[in-house]
Design a protein around this ligand. Structure first.
Ligand code: SAH
Length: 354
């Protein structure tokens, strides 16, 4: 590894001031990772749904257009995407929305300057933001986040023989590698009372950045109208245990192995995300699986239609469709959470109409 890399600066920091929190390790690692690496696609480290097929972004664009039309076509509408990657989803959604007369301003929330340039190639009229605070306050927001929340840093607390402690990262005895250690500061007061009594080794994981994002998004929906879609892998029921993982070259790796050189992610706690949105007064349209949602939106018909235009690509199109919806591929693990302004109609593809 080259000198001056993130691992070397973590080592210096830890030797000067002691172990750092997992949250700091993950936050700085991912910021570096997304600003410097070829992340996406076959050549990169992983493939996301918008990279698998244009059908993904198109169906999202249609879903947004449908609900916007039924809500009364309020202008100016703002498409807001969090963590747009290479910009394929925004591009495909924009094309689909246009067909139905929806031409929202395109706002992309992206931390990496390198990725902003890549996104501009797909969506030349995009306006960039560092976070949600600069998104215009006038007009409904159509918010989309695919595999964004899972990249935000998590905090872990672990039950030890001495009570709850934060999970920290230290340098191992070899002076080179990293290892997990329990922090010195008692953290019992950070654990809800009903979960405090747990066997030694129990891990509770939270994502303060995801919680803050949901709080902010729900506030925007209530104040200016609109809808939000969060698509990610995660669990619907609350659970304990670490879900931290690292992906490099399409393979799972040790999360502490190479900070800044691989993607660190954690599962999204969808139940908690919905509770936060509800507590702020937003409507929870529902949470379903990606497979069920895309099927309800007509991905099978869309794949057949595209195959009709381009028979040579039939096999590839059907493979891409299966990758998005099959239960043993992305269909079950990935969930779709939809929220809206309480006055907006329900969106298609969720089983719990009110
Ligand atoms: N949605 C894309 C990319 C997912 S990867 C897709 O599905 O292909 C995560 C994205 O979130 C990247 O674009 C990354 O640069 C961005 N990101 C991660 N943390 C961020 C943060 N704190 N603020 C803004 N963008 C962030």
């Amino acid at each position: 590894m080259a000198d001056g890399n993130l691992a070397a600066s973590f080592r210096r920091l830890i030797s000067a001031t002691g172990p750092i929190s997992l949250m700091q390790f993950m936050g700085e690692s991912n910021a570096r990772y997304y600003s410097e690496n070829e992340v996406f696609g076959e050549q990169g480290d992983f493939i996301t749904a918008p990279e698998v097929s244009q059908m993904f972004g198109e169906l999202i664009g249609l879903w947004l257009a449908d609900i916007w039309i039924r809500a009364g076509r309020t202008e100016p509408a703002h498409y807001v995407e969090l963590g747009p990657g290479r910009g394929f989803l925004a591009r495909d959604a924009q094309r689909a929305m246009r067909r139905y007369g929806l031409e929202p301003r395109i706002n992309l929330v992206e931390g990496s300057t390198r990725l902003r340039d890549v996104q501009l190639e797909q969506v030349p009229d995009a306006v960039f933001h560092n976070d949600l605070s600069t998104i215009p306050m006038e007009g409904p927001v159509l918010i989309v986040a695919n595999e964004f929340l899972d990249a935000l840093p998590v905090r872990q607390l672990v039950m030890t023989g001495n009570g709850w402690r934060e999970v920290m990262v230290d340098v191992a005895e070899d002076g080179e590698n990293f290892r997990f250690v329990a922090g010195h500061t008692p953290m019992d007061s950070a654990v809800p009372e009903k979960r405090r009594d747990a066997p030694v080794g129990t891990v509770i994981e939270t994502c303060p950045g995801a919680a803050a994002t949901l709080f902010e998004v729900a506030g925007r929906l209530v104040n200016q109208g609109g809808v939000a879609l969060f698509i990610d892998y995660g669990h619907v029921a609350p659970r304990t245990g670490s879900t931290l993982q690292a992906i490099r070259n399409h393979q799972k790796r040790d999360p502490l192995e190479a900070p800044g050189e691989m993607d660190l992610t954690a599962h999204v706690d969808f139940d908690q995300m919905a509770q936060i949105a509800l507590s702020r007064g937003a409507k929870w349209i529902g949470t379903t699986t990606q497979g069920r949602w895309l099927t309800a939106l007509g991905i099978h018909q869309r794949a057949d239609a595209l195959a009709g235009f381009a028979p040579h690509y039939r096999e590839a199109l059907l493979r891409a469709r299966d990758r998005l919806v099959a239960p043993d591929q992305m269909g079950e693990l990935f969930k779709v959470l939809a929220l809206s302004d309480p006055d907006w109609p329900d969106g298609t593809g969720f089983d719990n109409p009110d």
